[in-house]
Design a protein around this ligand. Structure first.
Ligand code: MEV
Length: 306
């Protein structure tokens, strides 16, 4: 029997533009999703995942694993059990965490080696097979953990050894990432010049954000996050609820605040040192958000005690 867990993630800066080749900043969070594999006596592959809405990412990861490592392994039955610390609706990347944890657990269960890069590549293929689009930043966070400067497909995966002091507010609304990516794609097709300028501007903010992050210059990073949010608004992916939570956090003293992920719902993040977090948490709750406690720069996929 083997149990493996992978972290959830939060996008710090650069969402959407990262799909078009610009860099982004992402951090892994300490809420994890685990996959346990044990022998099964009925010779079948079974999946027990009561918290996961659908198992298509697990199914696809299993198919990819056997295609890569040899279908001869399949003649032994296995039972997979999946457990998540976080609700799959909050946008912490349950699909990527489950793909990564499944691949790692399968490789260990069969005593085969899959490097982190191989896990990243296979799990990214799983995302592309199912969603058809995506940068893979969430797969990188689940695989490598930490805080990363990332470009599409893992062309750059650079660890930045910095934790980020955040307050996270959930809007209560589940966003559909592929739909939002398509919405931005449509805007890009209709107004290519304007939208390309927005993507380039976001990319510039991310590069500056990386430097500010490394210096732990929260004042500057906060400002850059605010500017990023303005561009995300222009791309049409913010919502009234996100804006309400963002304004509340800013009024309560956050250095900066923005949506995190595809937009349309899910979570917002507010950058704030611990002395300010209590008031900001209250402000987010008063504005109708649900505060989710996380710490950042969590470990990537790893074996857990079974
Ligand atoms: C979604 O969480 C972030 C996007 O940039 C999509 C992606 O990078 O795969 C919108």
């Amino acid at each position: 029997m083997v149990t493996v867990s992978a972290p959830g993630k939060l996008m710090l800066m650069g969402e959407h533009a990262v799909v078009y080749g610009e860099p982004c900043l992402v951090t892994a969070v300490n809420q994890r999703l685990s996959v346990t594999i044990d022998a099964s006596d009925n010779g079948q592959i079974t999946i027990d995942a009561p918290q996961v809405k659908e198992t298509k990412f697990v199914d696809r990861a299993i198919v990819k694993f056997f295609a890569e490592k040899g279908s001869f392994l399949k003649n032994r039955g296995i039972a997979l059990a999946i457990h998540s610390d976080f609700d799959c609706r909050v946008g912490f990347g349950s699909s990527s965490a489950v793909s990564v944890a499944t691949l790692k657990a399968l490789s260990l269960y069969y005593n085969l080696t899959l490097t982190d890069r191989e896990i990243f590549n296979l799990a990214y293929q799983v995302t592309l097979d199912i969603q058809g689009i995506g940068s893979g930043f969430d797969i990188a966070a689940a695989t490598y953990g930490g805080t990363l400067f990332f470009t599409k497909g893992g062309a750059t995966i650079a660890p930045l050894r910095v934790s980020v002091p955040l307050v996270v507010g959930y809007t209560g609304i589940k966003a559909d990432t592929p739909t939002l990516i398509r919405q931005v794609e449509k805007l890009h097709k209709t107004y290519p010049d304007k939208v390309n300028r927005i993507f380039a501007a976001i990319g510039k903010l991310v590069r500056e954000g990386k430097e500010a992050l490394l210096r732990q210059d929260w004042e500057r990073l906060g400002k850059l996050m605010d500017f990023d949010q303005e561009y995300l608004r222009d791309l049409g992916v913010s919502t009234q609820k996100l804006e309400d939570l963002i304004s509340a956090a800013k009024r309560a003293g956050a250095y900066g605040a923005k949506l995190s992920g595809a937009g349309g719902g899910d979570c917002m993040i507010a950058l704030a040192t611990s002395d300010k977090q209590k008031v900001i948490r209250k402000a987010i709750k008063d504005a109708g958000g649900e505060v989710i406690d996380v710490s950042t720069r969590a470990a990537g996929v790893r074996v857990d005690p079974s």
